[in-house]
Write a protein of this length. Sequence first.
Length: 681
Amino acid sequence: GSSSTLNTTLVTSHSTTLAGLTASTTYHYRVKSKDAAGNMATSGDYTFATLAGSDSGLPVISKISVDSLSAISAIISFTTDKLAFADVDYGKTPSLGSSTSFTNDSSTSHSVRLSGLSSSTKYYFQVVVKDPSGNIVKSDVLNFQTNAEPNATLKFVQITLSNLSPTSVTINWSTNMVSGGTLDYGTGNTMNGSLAQNNQATEHSAALTNLPPSTVYHYRIRVSCGSQQASSDVLTFKTGDRINQLAKPSSAAIFVPSVAENASIRTNLGIDNLSDSIANVTVTLVGKNGLVMGANTYQVPPLGLTQINSVIRSLTQGTQEIEGNLYLESDQPVSAWASQIDNSTNDPSILISKRTGSTQILIPSAANTSKFTSSLVIMNLGMTAAQVGLKAYGVDGSILGETHDPLSIAPNGILTYDNVLGSLGVTDNYGPIEINSLNGNLLVAASRVASKNRSGGFFEGINYTEASLTPIIPHVVETAQLRTNLGINNVSDSVASVTVRLINKDGQEVGAMPVTVAAKGLTQINSIVRQLSSMPDVTEGYLKLESNQPVIAWTSEIDNVTNDPGFAVSKAQGAAHLLVGSTANVGVFKSSLVVVNTGDQDATVDIVMHDSDGNVQGQMPGLVIPAHGFYNTQNILESLGVSQNFGPVEIDSSNGQLLVVVSRVYSTSGTSGFFEGLPLE
């Protein structure tokens, strides 16, 4: 040990200072004393511990290992070079989500047990340590796979794609048991290529190279462990399109007709996985001229959501100003949506992906007035140039303006107008726009109505075949905060006589009025709830229309402070199982939900919210909605007990009643957009 210098002064009270000690360390000491006669006395052993100190250096984590691995548990072992408290965060995705909490005692040798795990499952984990001063250090995110249950059957845990390019791809798969495998692949209906993976493991990767671009491949994986064998389904991937080459989407592609990135607008992309397997989704960005500008492949968890913010920047690795469109190709059923957000107001205008187009499209209303203007984007889904004609109608069905020469749109390209009515020579007016494909190419279109203060919303182009004699508008409201305007488009060549009925939560009619709509015309009724009901306590409901001609109805739900219009279009019929692409209860954004029961019996409805990883975060089972009634809430995630989160919401009528669903995502600044419930097959 060490000793201090003897104090030669004869006193009865003594003290000494020990310097150069190590922080967070226990020391032993004895006291010695000598009297004037030279007699020496020595005390017994005592201890003290130095404090942690303000900066003794952060702990260093090393020697991380996974020990005692079983089907349901694992021990994470590691060391630190200083005393520290230990924690392990873990989960089934790299975003983790679960935690063991910090140990009660500090140490340099740590073993943390994870229990209650699922068998044959890949887990991600991160070691977290905290020194006595409260400084926290984290390791990289690592992973392990739990063992199979005893007497388990060989099966696949997951199959994913990575490094997809125009000429190559890596196919990755994991199994619940150590196995070897073979990858069969090929184009068309044949799989004449084969690549063996003879190493015995649970994780495998097979790289395919020198492939032709823009080509759809089919593949299957066969694995074996002892006498057990398993085979995957026949799956597909498509090699990417080369940059600056004409886009070549496959027949399975879905389309988002308008994305933009500039000083005023950014576009976020959301991808919902509708299946119980990981979805491998390739997203391709195409410019106005139909040339590929960038692509990437994303994994979307089962029943989960992947959101790519500023998607153009993500796909191009740059910040250039771009307008274009997207197409998505996936090996599992997916749906996608784009949120075009104004950078100054954070107003989200939402576009839902389309699986196919139409040769005749209606934009329900476009404006060029002192308060509002309307843009237009038309996307050509064909592999040849599209020839297109436009007609702008007034509310009385008269033609206000039209193109006289065909407009040409490049294969998979887009045609855009910042002010479509202005381009057609129409001023101080509004009304529907008809888009016709003159050479039979399928088209997709969208129009954003924007106010002078840059708030707005999208009208998606509607196929004329979606017109109905009995359309339903799922929500209208009249409060101090919101008002609802109704529009009715007559797509026929004869005058339409329409009865508009307001229905309350219990399925009872509380107001009705007759409306006439000119042939090819538009009738707009402002503050529709006030027009239909004289009762002051009736502030909301849904609309049921009855017409003698096929019509399309829509509502504009307007914030009374910002005048931001969010648009929702009528539905001709409902579905028993639907999905709302994303809801939020995080930061400044919230989401409402309205579920209308169109059936003649009470509907028993289950509402389930999944987070972006596909995990259930909240649910409302067995909700009873009266026949022809509706359920609504201003904050669906709060109603489900979910806060500081976002993700898709699934709505299922367990007794088969058909539902119509809409969700309004809104910010505290008074801007909003609508997600309509999409039927799930």
